[in-house]
Design a protein around this ligand. Structure first.
Ligand code: PLP
Length: 320
């Protein structure tokens, strides 16, 4: 049995990242508070470096490398925010980074990863297995593989966002966080349990990709087919082993929302709060609005997890 990370790991991560990650703002909306009869606090990780909370976990993990690991470099597989987070953290720490990406990954994401100095290795997502390619690179070239969520240092780093939020707001009644592989939610659980033990923590997934909800109900990790949803940061097909162990014992529930509900939140955040938030980043707000009747008189936290969205699609979505 592996020993699960604790709040001490989140606190240690906070010290490691403090001079490098932004302490993102906590924003409120009087319009929303009045409409809900609640106090809602948004932790704005869309304003984090490289545009998502993932910088926290990546920087924490890489800053723990030994001299030998630093020299050989880091490898990861991802086409999304984790790739950019690893590339940026590695660049800051002067560690060579290799990112294994599908050959049809969005050009903007490939460019962003290269822009942070990452080496991109492409693979065919229909015929090749990224885990194997990443594993081979790690083995043959001595690189350290840092996966996107199922890793103690990664999830401890992600937990620093909720730590900052709760330090600023004090105890909350409810907290909503997006859920894909569970790094953010499990780290958030460690911070919440320590700093606001009475707080009900909710993970939120897209309806089409509710493997986490199914897993919580079944009491074991449920694997699903790649879901179709605009929440491209939440298309993971299964939770991690470490993340599930923490999530299972600490969340109040896992909720789901539709793509239309995400679009509505994207519009609200853009027009009323002047915030650009990607669809996955809207999961928490969408679930809070869906369960508005339970929020009355409550102090509620919502993690806006990221803001990396193609501007053309963003404006199309706002018009739709
Ligand atoms: C990765 C990501 C998530 C999901 O995080 P997990 O740790 O995989 O659950 C949510 N929102 C954004 C913006 C992300 O990049």
């Amino acid at each position: 049995m592996t020993i699960l990370p604790t709040y001490d790991d989140v606190a240690a991560a906070a010290i490691r990242i403090q001079r490098h990650a932004h302490r993102t703002p906590v924003l409120t909306s009087r319009t929303l508070d009045t409409a809900l009869g609640a106090r809602v606090f948004f932790k704005c990780e869309n304003l984090q470096r490289m545009g998502a909370f993932k910088f926290r976990g990546a920087f924490n993990a890489l800053s723990r490398f030994s001299a030998q690991q630093r020299k050989a470099g880091v490898v990861t597989f991802s086409s999304g925010n984790h790739a950019q987070a690893i590339a940026l953290a590695a660049w800051l720490l002067e560690i060579p980074a290799t990112v294994v990406m599908p050959h049809d990954a969005p050009a903007a994401k490939v460019a962003a990863t290269r822009g942070y100095g990452g080496r991109v290795v492409s693979y065919d997502r229909y015929t090749e297995d990224r885990d194997q390619i990443g594993g081979n690179l790690a083995e043959r070239q001595g690189m350290t593989l840092i996966p996107p969520y199922d890793h103690a240092d990664v999830l401890a780093g992600q937990g620093t966002a909720a730590k900052e939020l709760l330090e600023e707001t004090g105890p909350l009644d409810m907290l909503f966080a997006p859920l894909s592989g569970g790094g953010l939610l499990s780290g958030t659980a460690l911070a919440t349990h320590a700093l606001s033990p009475g707080c009900l923590l909710y993970g939120v997934e897209p309806e089409a990709g509710n493997d986490g909800q199914q897993s919580l109900r079944a009491g074991r990790i449920v694997h699903i087919d790649a879901p179709r949803t605009i929440a491209d940061g939440a298309r993971t097909q299964r939770l991690g082993n470490i993340t599930f162990a923490i999530i299972q014992r600490s969340v109040a529930d896992i909720l789901t929302v539709s793509d239309d509900e995400l679009l509505e939140c994207m519009g609200f955040l853009a027009t009323r709060m002047k915030l650009v938030v990607e669809p996955t980043g809207c999961l928490g707000l969408a679930a809070a609005l869906k369960h508005a009747h339970q929020l009355q008189g409550k102090r509620v936290g919502i993690i806006l997890s990221g803001g990396n969205v193609d501007t053309r699609r963003f404006t199309q979505w706002l018009d739709s």
